[in-house]
Design a protein around this ligand. Structure first.
Ligand SMILES: Cc1ncc(COP(=O)(O)O)c(C=O)c1O
Length: 388
């Protein structure tokens, strides 16, 4: 008997993240410059860390309420109204989650029945395992480079079937840095209202915007509040990936289900991490602004550097800390390119195919690292491409 034969069948739909596989390889290589990491290289700002330390001394060491501390939910409600134009009742329509990741997982668990179709943008963040775990069927909606990787509502319309349950939208987008404009979202919203499709709106990069781009939250559009589950995280805006705090806003029936399940799953988000989150949301936002300015300077460096390499072209990311250069003219798969660059030239990038079939021919480069590292990596990439 093998222990695997005892596993639940649903496990088969879950795959190791491709990024993790890439990192395991990169970790073995001494002196590698890692441009694969999707997290800020900055430390969590001091006032946020101080709030957590204070929280410990104040006794925030016991079980928190399953849906999160009420003062944090109140602060989230104010932020949502102010920044996202979403009106959510802090007692019944907001839920504090273990990062955006657990928010997404929790929503999938409540919405997806076997055979339900869930639309995802391709290339886009990898939600496939979360959909398949519950028997859902991911349906890919292409995002094309000639469209600056923005969603085309006509593609959404063409993909709708009677089995369509939900669409997951991630704007600003990982890995392409695209921002979906208001007009696009309005059109998709119209389709969702017509066909009763739930929008799972994953918005971790809402603050990391360049060139005056505007972030529009699906949940703020007319008639979309009850049909949208909006998911946010402290991870990227405040350099808090390790604290594991995010939040979800949605219809009270969904939030209530999530709260119920939270008890059985993890019994709430770590109490001191919630105190840190409260300080982050209610404190000065200068720290966010400063980090975004640093990303903006690095974006220029990466954009110029990549486009000066013959054979590579890259559109300018409108947001996030990722660039998504086109390497298709080099005549190798994105996995082969990533392996070659890691092994022969000591620079780690993420193969685009990890983000869906349409990501083939691209790689993801994170500029959440120092300018010195970026300069070093760009030189290595140029040398590597020249050596092909
Ligand atoms: C699009 C997207 N969604 C969700 C997450 C997960 O964020 P969190 O750290 O809040 O779980 C990430 C992290 O990289 C992401 O890029």
């Amino acid at each position: 008997m093998s222990i695997e034969s005892l596993f639940a069948e649903r496990n088969a739909g879950v795959e190791w993240s491709g990024i993790r596989i890439m990192f395991a390889m990169a970790d073995q290589i001494d002196g590698i410059v890692n441009l694969g990491i999707g997290q800020p290289d900055f430390d969590t700002p001091v006032h946020i860390r101080d709030a957590a330390k204070k929280g410990l001394d104040q006794g925030y060491t016991r079980y928190p309420p399953a849906a999160g501390f009420q003062d944090l939910r109140d602060a989230v409600a104010e932020k949502l109204a102010r920044e996202n134009k979403i009106k959510a009742d802090p007692e019944s329509e907001i839920f504090i989650a273990v990062g955006a990741m657990q928010g997404i997982f929790n929503v999938m668990l409540h919405l997806v029945n076997p055979g339900d179709e869930v639309m995802v943008v391709d290339p886009g963040y990898d939600y496939y395992s979360q959909i398949r775990l519950f028997g859902g069927v991911p349906v890919r909606i292409p995002a094309r480079e000639e469209n600056k990787f923005k969603l085309d509502p006509a593609d959404v319309k063409a993909a709708i079937t009677p089995k369509t349950k939900a669409i997951i939208l991630n704007t600003p987008s990982n890995p392409t840095g695209a921002v979906f404009d208001r007009d696009i979202l309005e059109q998709v919203a119209g389709l969702c209202r017509e066909h009763e499709i739930v929008v799972i709106s994953d918005e971790p990069y809402e603050h990391i915007l360049f060139d005056g781009n505007e972030h529009v939250s699906m949940g703020s559009l007319e008639g979309m509040k009850d049909l949208t589950v909006s998911i946010y995280t402290l991870s990227k805006s405040y350099a808090m990936t390790g604290w594991r705090v995010g939040y979800v806003a949605g219809h009270r029936a969904i939030i209530s289900e999530m709260e119920k399940l939270m008890e059985h799953m993890v019994s709430g988000v770590t109490a001191v991490a919630q105190r840190a989150a409260l300080a982050a949301i209610t404190g000065s936002q200068d720290c966010v602004e400063q980090m975004v300015q640093r990303y903006a300077r690095r974006r220029e460096l990466v954009y110029e550097g990549l486009n000066s390499i013959p054979g590579i072209s890259c559109i300018k990311p409108e947001s996030t800390f990722y660039a998504f250069p086109n390497i298709s003219s080099l005549g190798m798969s994105s996995w082969d390119f990533a392996k070659y660059m890691a092994r022969e030239h000591k620079v780690a990038v993420v193969p685009g195919s990890i983000f869906g079939e349409n990501g083939e021919g691209y790689v993801r480069i994170s500029f959440a690292t120092s300018s010195e590292n970026l300069e070093k990596a760009l030189k290595r990439l140029a040398r590597g491409v020249a050596g092909l």
